[in-house]
Ligand binder design. Structure first.
Ligand SMILES: [Zn+2]
Ligand SMILES: [Zn+2]
Length: 215
């Protein structure tokens, strides 16, 4: 079931409906709904509030969260900055994708060719509003607030305008390293989510320490 959801996202750029999954897998719709709820509870994907439709299977999203990711033959809603930068690393057939967004503060358009060999050039900064330890409290809100800004001035202006507290800021190279291996294995059978200790080790390995995790 998990792989069928991912396969549909990879191939079509959108989430499969429960009816489509029932057809693909030959299961009754009630069984599809039950399995999707199980995957949601285990944080393998995110269901809409109605508990029926798939909203996200990271790094893919069925709803716009500020990013578009264009591959050779497929167009995806990138989830957040982290998710959008992860897409080429996850898909062997997409060496390089075009990631496009606008600065939340000043609406300047930004686009990068993101590949697997090296971080894209650019001075823009990623700002993650929600501390990692609370990311799953409302993961759609979290991803919707992991954006890319022109510079520190735009981050400050946006925080002021929205009355938000500054979160974690990183440059493009760090964001790219963070995204490079985070979703590894999700397109394979038997994928197991990282334990918190392994997640912390991964984050430290790409240069993100205590403050990112909300410590
Ligand atoms: Zn995200
Ligand atoms: Zn800006």
């Amino acid at each position: 079931m998990r792989l069928a959801v991912y396969r549909a996202f990879v191939d079509t750029g959108r989430a499969p409906s429960p009816g489509e999954l029932a057809h693909t897998l030959g299961y009754p719709v009630a069984e599809v709904t039950r399995l999707l709820a199980e995957l949601h509870a285990a944080r393998h994907l995110v269901l809409a509030r109605d508990g029926r439709d798939v909203v996200m299977a990271h790094p893919f999203s069925a709803v716009p969260l500020g990013f578009a990711v264009m591959g050779a033959g497929t167009l995806w809603w990138g989830g957040c900055a982290w998710d959008s930068f992860a897409v080429p690393h996850l898909l062997p057939d997409e060496d390089e994708v075009l990631v496009a967004t606008t600065c939340p503060a000043c609406s300047t358009a930004h686009a990068w060719l993101v590949g697997t060999a090296a971080p894209p050039p650019g001075d823009q900064l990623a700002h993650f509003l929600v501390p990692a330890a609370q990311m799953w409290d409302d993961v759609v809100h979290t991803c919707g607030n992991q954006r890319l800004f022109c510079d520190e001035g735009c981050i400050a202006a946006w925080l002021d305008r929205t009355g938000s507290t500054r979160g974690y800021v990183m440059d493009l190279a760090t964001l790219w390293r963070l995204a490079s291996g985070w979703y590894e294995g999700r397109l394979e059978r038997g994928y197991v989510r990282r334990e918190p200790t392994a997640a912390r080790a991964y984050l430290a390995g790409v240069g993100l320490h205590g403050p990112f995790w909300g410590l």
